[in-house]
Design a protein around this ligand. Sequence first.
Ligand SMILES: Nc1ncnc2c1ncn2[C@@H]1O[C@H](COP(=O)(O)OP(=O)(O)OP(=O)(O)O)[C@@H](O)[C@H]1O
Length: 476
Amino acid sequence: MSPGAKVFVYGAKPLSLHNGILIVAVQDDLSRAQLESRVRPALEQALTTQAGEDIRLVVTIDPEVVDDAPELFSPAITVAEEPTDIDKSSSRFVDRDDEIEEDDDSLTPSWVSRPAASKGGPGPSHRANIAEARLNSRYQFENFVIGSSNRFAHAAAVAAAEAPGKAYNPLVIHGDSGLGKTHLLHAIGHYVINLYPSSRVRYVSSEEFVNDVINAIGENRTPALRRKYREIDVLLVDDIQFIENKDATQEEFFHTFNALHNENKQIVMTSDRPPSELRTLEERLRNRFSWGLQTEMLPPDLETRIAILRKKAATEKLTAPADVLEFIASKVQTNIRELEGALIRATAFANLNGTTVDLQLAQIVLKDLIAEGDDPEITAGMIMAQTAAYSEYTIEELCGPSRSRNLVLARQIAMYLCRELTEMSLPQIGSEFGGRDHTTVMHAERKIRKLMAEKHAVYNQVTELTARIRQQARQS
Ligand SMILES: Nc1ncnc2c1ncn2[C@@H]1O[C@H](COP(=O)(O)OP(=O)(O)OP(=O)(O)O)[C@@H](O)[C@H]1O
């Protein structure tokens, strides 16, 4: 390496080495350009030789990096671990044995661990922090399967969590629906709280942010709103594309962004598109989003899909042989949520029938669930219309306030199907069903998933409805 090149190495600070990606911060654009063009090949080769595995260098800018010491290769490099009213008894949705309450205590999502409710494990302040941050405990780095489609996004997420406000700020993770963006966002939050227990982390969906802004403006509470979003260390914003066309929200978000960024607080956002394609987003926001790093998540390859199913089966204690996992992975190619849904249906069916899943059973069960590639899009409207026709409730009732037990079951099945068959987010589904909270949709999803494995009637209703919805979609 030339002496000139060494100057740039000395100005660099390693942030993390994870999965073959070494993330290094430099002070400015010039240093980054030099490091990337002049030093990268030699450095990558030297590191690869030393580490015995392929090491790729990623350079990020951090104006705070102290340009005084040859810190590269110092022990500061951290290696992350792999990381009731009218009851229509004529309804098909009769579920006498099961108490279904839409807003009972179980509505509080299980992942919002309340300090008093948890036993063992991390201390109360840690749990309180996770609840405060609104993090889903199922979404951690440990249960995120890494493949070529998400390797870089995962490494960037780990780096942002290890050095909040320093590695990439903001970090934007974009990609199609169901590819794991939300999972990574929550995983960042968990990891930050583990590493820095006193840090204030907050996960928010863009819809929630929009509602918060609208309510705050309507109720003259903007100062309180500002405090809420600015007194945090790591802000995780999901599905940022929803603030497109929302002027007041963009204005508020712009100021929140600036306030946090100025104080080196970490901002991580997800989007279904790269920010440059968020056409109606104000230029000044698009510009800021490009300050840090944008990383794309792609559909996983077959091997990764099989590994995801294996992990899912293990964590959810679902038993399915390898050929079934391979069959499902070969059929469901683009959306990981659909992939998981197929496994849940096959194992639920086997469970109900007191048998184990085999390939033949999986093929039969999944015939109607799996789209034929060129299937037309399924909408919430179709799901509601079919559910209404099948259940003998009206769409107004499905979206209305009544909580009669069978109506609640019908509503929950419709919500479950929206989650499984459409790309709508939890808040979007909640809003379609009469402006319900996203936690209600989350609860419905969990509830139906459980009931399908326990009750023939529910399994059959969901299966029959799915077939009808798919048929309507094909005809329209
Ligand atoms: N690499 C992965 N390893 C394990 N599970 C994964 C992986 N990627 C996605 N999943 C799982 O797939 C499901 C869908 O992922 P997630 O909700 O994060 O997608 P998304 O990209 O945020 O979608 P949307 O844009 O619709 O919100 C989740 O249950 C998540 O845990």
